[in-house]
Write a protein that binds this ligand. Structure first.
Ligand code: BES
Ligand code: MN
Ligand code: MN
Length: 472
């Protein structure tokens, strides 16, 4: 890192510390806005969150705008940098998952509270970690740098979208329409996890996702199960049997061709994962379990990082209200998703899945499908100069080197940036396995938030050093 940036960073560090309480207050304010992107009832609130983020960036010295789209607004903010310095693109999302089931929250999801835990105070609210707390780590770091020095050491563009959690359609066209403004040297995302509370991580593998809804139609209308039961097809029974066939006795996915493109990790990769010393028991405990379940003979890391899955995310049909109703339903439905790895093509897998279901259509029945899109898995080159620069910066903040990890989750923009703009992404996240993202009582550790802001200041200094400095 050039000497000048190292010195600049010291002053920024002090400013971050002095402003920490204000940064937490700002995050709490953002968490109070229920920006649930998938539910039209929250459309106004979702737009309000976009305005809030744009205003925060404007106050930090950016030219910022909440750009309307057919869906939710996309926040786009720009700040110039010195000639010769790289152009950094920061991405995140201000939308959150629905808070349901509400009765499992110990405090209201959009009334953030700070409670004590084993790592000190933690912030409990929907979006605390995913992704509001995490976008605030870089927003606060950029703001502190700008306030301290009146400038930034690199040209910076910030893109915060509002449809990440709902797989919305607006981002792709937006990326294409703003190609020139977004053509950065690297994209930085904080929407993943750390290795543990004291150990930073850089994620180099994300799984892809394919999502469909399948409905099996049988009788023309719901029937009395005494008059018809046993003599006609029951779509609920039939669908349950078909879904049960999705996995074999070794819990491998039984869809023909499903594993054709799946490669085994090489020995070096396996050795690196082994050396990480993953704590299976702690991972299971974060889910309230003591035993794991998945493809026979594979570790938790293999199962979640390098193997594809097929999961039923929801199923319904017939009577699900209070009490008992004797009915043969006219139809039964399931939401089915596949997490994809490496070279699996979402289109090919979708075809294979539909073919699997079609081949099992019971006599007298027919299917209808809804398609919620697909994204291939992404791998980031783990030997890039960006990763090297980021590793050094993270080690300086945490006193322990960053682990290179995979994740089972998906972040669609990473693939889109690569495909549409040719941009590599650096995934540096601050979540923990037990943050309960998408679940009731989601939380973000205050210490992860604080050190995340410091990490971003150090990252900015390291990434801003032009490539020529870095090589020496
Ligand atoms: N931040 C998550 C992705 C993630 C989850 C990364 C866990 C690391 C660990 C992101 O907001 C998310 O939930 N993505 C969705 C994508 C989908 C809605 C297209 C996912 O993975 O289900
Ligand atoms: Mn997220
Ligand atoms: Mn999410």
């Amino acid at each position: 890192m050039p000497v000048s940036h190292a010195q600049s960073l010291d002053a920024v560090r002090a400013r971050i510390d002095a402003g920490l309480d204000a940064s937490v207050d700002a995050l709490l304010e953002l968490l109070r806005i229920p920006s649930v992107s998938t539910d039209p009832a929250y459309r106004g609130e979702t737009a309000r969150a976009a305005m809030w983020v744009a205003a925060r960036l404007a106050a930090a010295g950016f030219t910022a705008e909440a750009v309307p789209t057919p869906g939710h607004p996309i926040v786009l903010a720009t700040h110039p940098g010195p000639r010769g310095a790289p152009h950094l693109l920061y991405y995140g999302h201000y939308d959150v998952q629905p808070a349901d089931p509400l009765d499992l929250w110990t405090s209201p999801p959009f009334e953030p509270v700070i409670v004590d835990g084993p790592h000190g105070p933690r912030i409990v609210a929907r979006g605390a970690c995913d992704d509001k707390g995490q976008i605030m780590t870089f927003i606060e770091a950029l703001a502190a740098w700008r306030a301290e020095h009146g400038s930034l050491p690199a040209r910076v563009t910030v893109l915060i979208e509002g449809e990440e959690e709902s797989g919305g359609p607006s981002l792709g066209p937006f990326l294409e329409a703003h190609r020139e403004a977004l053509r950065a040297d690297v994209c930085i995302i904080s929407d993943t996890g750390m290795w543990d509370v004291d150990t930073p991580a850089i994620t180099t593998m994300l799984r892809g996702l394919l999502y469909i809804e399948a409905t099996l139609h049988g009788p023309s209308h719901d029937l009395h199960s005494g008059m018809y039961g046993g003599a006609v097809v029951n779509p609920n029974n039939a669908l349950a049997r078909i879904l049960g066939e999705l996995h074999d006795a070794d819990r491998r996915v039984a869809i023909p061709g499903f594993y054709d493109q799946v490669r085994e990790p090489d020995e070096r990769q396996k050795a690196q994962w082994e050396a990480l010393g993953f704590d299976d028991a702690a991972f299971l405990a974060s889910a309230g379990l003591t035993v794991g379940m998945g493809e026979r003979g594979r570790s938790v890391l293999e199962r979640t990082w390098s193997r594809p899955t097929c999961d039923v995310n929801g199923m319904w049909g017939g009577y699900t209200g209070a009490g008992a109703k004797t009915v043969i339903p006219a139809q039964a439905s399931a939401k089915i998703s596949c997490r994809l790895v490496a070279d699996q093509d979402p289109k090919v897998i979708e075809k294979a899945l539909l073919g699997f279901l079609d081949a099992r259509t019971p006599p007298g029945c027919r299917w209808t499908f809804r398609h919620f899109g697909g994204e291939a898995a992404v791998r980031v080159a783990s030997d890039s100069p960006w990763i090297a620069a980021a590793s050094g910066a993270l080690e300086a903040v945490y006193g322990s080197p960053a682990r290179l990890i995979g994740t089972g989750g998906s972040i669609p923009v990473v693939g889109s940036l690569k495909r549409l703009l040719g941009i590599e992404t650096l995934l540096v996240g601050f979540g923990l396995d037990d943050d309960r993202v998408h679940s009731p009582n989601e939380k973000f550790e205050r210490i992860c938030f604080e050190r995340g802001i410091h990490a971003h200041a150090a990252l900015l200094a390291a990434l801003a050093a032009p490539m020529s400095d870095r090589a020496t």
